[in-house]
Design a protein around this ligand. Structure first.
Ligand SMILES: C[S@@+](CC[C@H](N)C(=O)[O-])C[C@H]1O[C@@H](n2cnc3c(N)ncnc32)[C@H](O)[C@@H]1O
Length: 268
């Protein structure tokens, strides 16, 4: 039977309870690294209004709020998510506008935000094309979108080239993942870029978030327990050491910064 939208709401409510607050998740090496890269990309963009679509427990929104107040501004900051519990936690964490909504049907007017961030969400959404269209629609002309998606990195790609089966990072929640090369069950990254272009979004930066997958990541989690300044220095050194371009392009998590250059082809 095809799951309905209320099945998805129930699933994400249950996962919000079972998996707890995402702040714990961000203590680990890989998510911490992704958050860092997201914030680095956000710093390159001038923005006075921003939406975090699929904001989870509001960890990024809280960081964006403090980034803005360090700059002496108080921009409009909004978040949406499918889980009420996550939104409750986000409300405690950050003083922002929050709404229980689906990223495929955003409750905002066209061109409402000059920055829209959507990290690790579109792979969960049945109407993936509709979600991308909505992100583009609520972005102002010349405004920016930052999207991150799970991409099979070099280790999963090598595994597939050796004829071994390759699985998704999360087999419960992910409806799709992407790959640079052809891997059974994965979508091609180049098709993702083509879909973004069709919605009037041009890629201005593409960054891998971290280069290690699988077991190495567990070892690196020990690094994540170090004090923050040491952790950052060590993670930077590891990433620099492994900064060989082809490796850097084949990371497990991929972020793209896009600019909205035109109205999407679907109209609106
Ligand atoms: C992996 S978490 C990512 C959260 C956060 N963006 C981050 O980067 O940590 C996925 C989030 O998307 C939410 N979500 C899943 N499907 C959604 C949908 N159709 N619309 C809005 N949010 C959704 C989930 O409740 C969850 O908070």
């Amino acid at each position: 039977m095809v799951p309905t939208s209320s099945d998805y709401r129930d699933l994400y409510e249950r996962l919000a309870q079972e998996r707890g607050d995402m702040a714990q998740h961000y203590l680990h090496y890989a998510p911490a690294r992704r958050l860092q890269v997201t914030l680095d990309l956000i710093r390159t963009i001038p923005w006075a209004s921003a939406l975090d679509a699929g904001c989870g427990d509001g960890v990024l929104l809280a960081q964006m709020r403090s980034m803005a107040s360090q700059r002496g501004g108080r921009p409009l900051l909004c978040g949406i998510d499918l889980s009420e519990l996550r939104l409750r936690r986000a409300r405690e964490r950050a003083d922002v506008g929050l709404s229980l909504s689906d990223v495929s049907a955003l409750p905002f007017r066209d061109g409402s935000f000059d920055l829209v961030v959507c990290t690790e969400v579109v792979e969960h959404v049945p109407d993936f094309r509709g979600a991308i269209r909505e992100l583009a629609r609520v972005t102002a002309a010349s405004g920016h979108v930052i999207v991150s998606i799970p991409v099979a990195g070099w280790d999963r790609s090598l595994r597939s080239l050796r004829g071994r089966p390759v699985v998704y990072l999360d087999t419960v929640e992910h409806l799709r993942e992407w790959a640079m090369i052809s891997i059974p069950g994965f979508e091609r990254l180049r098709d993702f870029f083509a879909q973004l272009r069709q919605e009037g979004l041009s890629v201005t930066a593409a960054r891998g978030a971290y280069i290690f997958g699988g077991r190495l990541e567990c070892h690196l989690d020990r690094v994540a327990c170090m004090p923050k300044s040491k952790r950052r220095r060590l993670a930077d050194a590891i990433d620099e050491f492994a900064g060989w371009a082809p490796l850097r392009r084949s990371c497990e998590r991929y972020l793209v910064r896009l600019v909205r250059t035109s109205a999407h082809e679907g109209g609106g």
